[in-house]
Design a protein around this ligand. Structure first.
Ligand SMILES: NC(=O)c1ccc[n+]([C@@H]2O[C@H](COP(=O)([O-])OP(=O)(O)OC[C@H]3O[C@@H](n4cnc5c(N)ncnc54)[C@H](O)[C@@H]3O)[C@@H](O)[C@H]2O)c1
Ligand SMILES: N[C@@H](CCC=O)C(=O)O
Length: 341
């Protein structure tokens, strides 16, 4: 868009961002257009956000850090030469909601792929599911069997489905959530819950079934391979949609599974603000940049839809020019008896 940027990648992805930067340079990107700065987020942000030339921030990460960045820029507002634009792509607690008319095979695949690919470490990963009792009877054992069979381990082996989680803090956070859920009467561990630290930070694909749709497992982001399922009575479809909409602070992605078009329409209406990205009969994750723009609202960000015109427009500054071909030569107007126009 004609801007120069400082690119501050996560400390946890220093190597891959360095490789990408070298690719840009080798492809001929002029020096100074993208300026890669590696290091600790807090200390780099405190320097960068205090600079009078800051014109914008585009952030991908957690809601808490984005809100901190917003607060810091607000504190510096009197020192900036312009009004910085802030774009955030933040956390998610993405729902899969199935209608009794849904195809159980497609639903099973969406739950497994949506929740456990990349160890569930995707803002868009499925992490809560609402399944009607009639479908759950057909699905429960098959879901358990499939998830138990997902291999966790070395990602250089093609049979592996889940690699290690990002690091020790992620592993501990997930372990705590699993232990807490195991201790709740409202929760039943359907599959796994295992954590292994001998050769890395490995968390097994884990599924809880909860009777309490307002429990922390249905509202908080874990950023890991943890799926919570709430089974509802088929007749409660409409009220379940309201539950999906009102549970938790996020609105990143969601999936609606149904064959019945009326049910799909109803869900699209009720869930209008519940997700920036809504999928129908597909997993709630895996938007391909350049083909499918991506974004989320509420606590999930500013919903500018990365990859779309909505996002690009945030990074241009309009300029309008009026040139007068017939300039006024008299300052008086006709109603004054003058000759000006
Ligand atoms: N919506 C999206 O498109 C999207 C995509 C991927 C990840 N995410 C979200 O990102 C989160 C997981 O990623 P993460 O662990 O890297 O997030 P994070 O918020 O911890 O870190 C993201 C970035 O912020 C920096 N940072 C961390 N603390 C900071 C601070 N106090 N001040 C300034 N900068 C700071 C980090 O160095 C990193 O570059 C999840 O919440 C996930 O949902 C969102
Ligand atoms: N576009 C990817 C990643 C989203 C966040 O960066 C997805 O939809 O899963």
């Amino acid at each position: 868009m004609g801007n120069t940027v400082i690119w501050k990648p996560s400390e946890k992805s220093a190597l891959s961002s360095d490789v990408v930067m070298r690719v840009f340079e080798e492809a001929g990107m002029p020096p100074g257009v993208i300026n890669l700065v590696q290091g600790d987020g807090r200390s780099i942000a405190s320097q960068a956000l205090a600079d009078e030339h800051l014109a914008g921030v585009t952030f991908t990460g957690s809601t808490a850090v984005f809100r901190d960045l917003w607060q810091t820029t607000a504190q510096h507002i009197h020192t900036y030469r312009s009004c910085p634009r802030l774009v955030g792509e933040t956390g998610g607690k993405n729902a899969v909601v199935a209608h009794p008319s849904a195809d159980p095979e497609a639903l099973l695949v969406a739950l497994v792929r949506g929740a456990f690919e990349y160890q569930g470490q995707k803002c868009s990963a499925a992490s809560r599911a609402y399944i009607p009792r009639s479908l759950w009877r057909q699905l429960e054992d098959r879901l358990a069997e499939t998830v138990v069979g997902l291999r966790v381990g070395d990602v250089t082996e093609h049979e592996t489905y889940l690699g290690a989680v990002i690091g020790e803090p992620s592993c501990t956070r997930l372990e705590k959530a699993i232990t807490r859920a195991k201790g709740l009467d409202s929760h039943r561990l359907l599959v796994s819950g295992g954590v292994r630290r001998e050769t890395g930070w490995f968390v097994d694909a884990t599924v809880f079934v909860t009777e309490d749709p307002t429990a922390f497992t249905m509202a908080e982001e874990f950023f890991g391979p943890l799926l919570a399922v709430h089974v509802y009575d088929d007749a409660d479809w409409s009220s379940v949609l309201t539950l999906v909409d009102t549970t938790g602070p996020y609105a990143l992605t969601c999936s609606i599974f149904a064959a019945d078009r009326t049910a799909i329409s109803e869900a699209l209406g009720v869930l209008r603000d519940a997700a920036g990205m809504t999928y129908v009969n597909d997993k709630p994750t895996g938007a391909l940049m350049g083909r499918q723009s991506f974004g989320g609202g509420r606590a999930s960000g500013t919903n500018d839809k990365t990859g779309s015109r909505l996002a690009l427009q945030r990074w241009v500054s309009g300029r309008y020019i009026k040139e007068y071909m017939n300039p006024d030569l008299h300052w008086t107007y006709p109603y004054m008896g003058g000759e000006g126009q």
